[in-house]
Design a protein around this ligand. Structure first.
Ligand SMILES: [Zn+2]
Length: 339
């Protein structure tokens, strides 16, 4: 057994370091910590009290002004989960997406509630898109184009600027544009800077793929498009190069954090982005379909839910994510605290 596995690495019995739990922990490369999780929170103008979300078991719609919203954030903070991303479900949709930028919109009201009760202890990111606010269900404003009817890029940017400023006014720490419009980071950065918000960060959904893993989320926010699909603006999952181009553009336009979404079927993309752009924090969104796969597999008795969840989150970390946006944040944090 004197042969070496690799030149310069005379390891011929790799099982030695796997013998004891303590040894395995000692040499673990990829480690999870509750601080790296960002928890999605849904604030809804449809609900007068916290209501369970059927398509995301374990999660709730919170009325923006409710004390329960504050309580749930406090409980998360106690577990070490310190950052949150807010999604709004408005009372109604219209052709202007007006509840997305209204000063009393769901996200803005929730932000004011959180700031008045908890100050700046929690880090609050705000998703910026119009798909749950616009009657079309698209992430951009529909308009005429040479093939008929499309999502119009540049008029959408103006709307995004308005939403960004209203979220900043209400107290957002991180604006997170998710609509995949060209130039969105630049437009939002300009709007923030010219309104005195140069210290508010942008987390860009840079490499957001047109994925089949978003089903439960669309149900949560009733944000499915009314016509067509999102493939004219979200990235094509056949192309890794789309991720590199989008991330490069977003960094150039001023993104502070870039993101790959979804995570599990895109670990190669996470790894590639980390390798090519090591100097910017990288977030990965462990999306609703991934969450439901764990839920359904464990419910059917094929896997231990906790072990499966930790394996998936660790794989996302191992691939290179610095931040994991996940519906498992609290469950995983509880396990990590117990350890
Ligand atoms: Zn959207």
């Amino acid at each position: 057994m004197a042969q070496t596995v690799l030149p310069g690495f005379p390891i011929n019995r790799p099982r030695r370091l796997r013998l004891l739990p303590g040894l395995r922990d000692l040499v673990a490369e990829a480690r999870l910590h509750p601080n790296m999780f960002m928890l999605p929170i849904f604030v809804s103008e449809h609900h007068e009290k916290p209501s369970p979300i059927e398509s995301l078991p374990g999660h709730y719609y919170y009325p923006p002004n409710s004390p329960e919203l504050i309580k749930s954030i406090q409980q998360s903070l106690e577990l070490g989960v310190k950052s949150f991303i807010l999604f709004g479900r408005p009372s109604h949709k219209d052709d202007l997406a007006s509840r997305a930028y209204a000063s009393d919109g769901p996200v803005q009201s929730a932000l004011r509630n959180i700031r008045s009760e908890l100050g700046y202890e929690p880090v609050i990111a705000t998703d910026l898109c119009i798909c749950s606010y616009h009657s079309s269900g698209h992430c951009g404003v529909p308009g005429k184009c040479r093939i008929g009817y499309c999502v119009d890029n540049d008029s959408t940017l103006k709307l995004y600027q308005k939403i960004a400023v209203s979220q900043a006014e209400a107290g957002s720490d991180i604006i997170a544009p998710s609509g995949m419009m060209d130039g969105q980071v630049n437009a939002i950065r300009e709007a923030l800077d010219s309104n005195g918000y140069s210290d508010i960060s942008i987390m860009a959904y840079s490499a957001k793929f047109a994925s089949n893993f978003y089903g439960p989320f669309r149900d949560v926010l009733e944000s499915a498009p009314k016509w067509g699909d999102r493939r004219s603006y979200q990235a094509d999952f056949r192309n890794a190069r789309d991720a590199l181009v989008e991330v490069a553009l977003d960094i150039k336009e001023g993104a502070d954090i870039v993101m790959v979404k979804p995570a599990l079927a895109y670990l190669d993309i996470i790894s590639l982005v980390k390798k090519e752009f090591p100097y910017i924090p990288l977030a990965a969104y462990n999306v609703s379909g991934e969450y439901m796969m764990v839920e359904l597999m464990s419910r059917s008795g094929f896997a231990d839910k906790k072990a499966l969840m930790l394996e998936i989150l660790t794989s996302i970390r191992r691939a290179g994510a610095d931040i994991i946006i996940t519906y498992h944040a609290l469950e995983a944090a509880r396990l990590l605290v117990e350890v």
